[in-house]
Design a protein around this ligand. Structure first.
Ligand code: SF4
Length: 339
């Protein structure tokens, strides 16, 4: 599973701290925008940041791990010497990753019910994640509890980032304490299935996520529905899609153990961009465009864009070759035994 580990002997370049500070200010600015100008804040989050992130995770997940503002919040106590840096047992590392998967699956349907339309609710959610990241970093060692544990984006990093195109320097860990039994950043070919010893929830994610994403995009809540009715549809369709996808994945995995997880991860991101790309270029829901080229383009443009972009993703995610890590492992700091 694990490829060769490259030890990082030089300090990460100065551009990383600049990027980290810029990303923290961008996150604070986003939360302010969500509160003061909700339409702008919601557009920046759901129509700019969220659609670009999966592509970054496919190409260079290490860049995101270095720049993520929540990672910087979580590691702030360690950087300032305030963290108690307790080692987290392997059992709890497994539990936290499983909880992160459940948090992801619980949060995504909330977009339909609340988050897509409420700047306040989205700001409260992001602030809650920042406080959780900071608190866990205050008690536990480096990335063990948040960045490689409870963070609801971490399962997506593992899913889409298993075949990265580039390995960067690790700019968050100045020295390696061995905070996680299997370092997500330094292990080549890391996936949800080999990131910890539990199999049930990671299998649910890998096999079920394409159907979950498809079900999510098929949800259309109608005005006048009661809250329980809307919640049933918002959670029900993704979960039904997940069950169907898992039913297809399990026999595929039994006959093709190496390839099936990668193909299903690709299927999940392909479904995401199939639905999202037309919106991004002004062909879908008005107000969700990143760049509106709708006026001068032929009607078949979204189809060509979808096919070309998904073919590019297939080339990136399904290519065979030596497995790469997200980032190089820093020199060891001290020996930590995982209880
Ligand atoms: S490089 Fe070392 S300290 Fe950093 S996340 Fe990996 S195991 Fe933890």
């Amino acid at each position: 599973m694990a490829g060769a580990v490259n030890l990082q002997t030089e300090p990460a370049g100065r551009h990383w701290p600049v990027l980290q500070i810029a990303s923290v200010f961008a996150a604070i600015g986003l939360i302010c925008a969500l509160l003061a100008a909700p339409r702008t804040g919601l557009h920046l989050l759901w129509d700019v940041a969220v659609p670009l992130l999966p592509l970054l995770l496919v190409v260079a997940p290490g860049v995101w791990r270095n720049a993520c503002p929540l990672a910087t919040f979580s590691l702030l106590p360690a950087r300032t010497g305030l963290s108690r840096r307790r080692p987290l047992s392997r059992k709890w590392q497994t539990r936290l990753l499983g909880s992160g998967i459940l948090l992801l699956l619980a949060t995504l349907p909330l977009r339909h019910l609340l988050l897509d339309a409420s700047g306040l609710a989205t700001a409260v959610l992001l602030t809650g994640f920042a406080l959780a990241a900071f608190s866990l970093g205050f008690v536990f060692d480096l990335k063990s509890a948040w960045c490689s544990g409870l963070c609801p984006l971490h399962p997506v990093e593992l899913l889409y980032g298993s075949n990265p195109q580039a390995t960067v320097k690790n700019a968050q860990c100045r020295a390696c304490s061995g905070c996680t039994a299997i370092c997500r950043d330094s292990t080549a070919g890391v996936t949800p299935l080999n990131a910890n010893c539990s199999k049930v929830l990671p299998t649910l994610l890998v096999g079920g996520f394409p159907g979950f994403v498809l079900g999510w995009f098929l949800v259309e809540l109608q005005p006048g529905w009661s809250w329980p009715h809307a919640a049933l549809v918002a959670y029900g369709l993704p979960l039904v899609g997940m069950a169907v996808s898992l039913a297809l994945y399990l026999p595929a995995w039994r006959t093709w153990r190496k390839g099936a997880p990668r193909v299903f991860a690709f299927a999940a991101i392909a479904v995401f961009y199939w639905f999202k790309l037309p919106d991004l270029f002004g062909f879908g829901n008005p107000g969700h465009a990143l760049v509106d080229v709708h006026a001068g383009a032929a009607p078949w443009t979204p189809w060509v864009a979808r096919i070309a972009f998904i073919a590019l993703l297939a080339g990136l995610m399904l290519r065979r070759g030596p497995a790469r890590a997200w980032s190089t492992r820093p020199m060891p700091e001290r020996k930590v035994l995982h209880p």
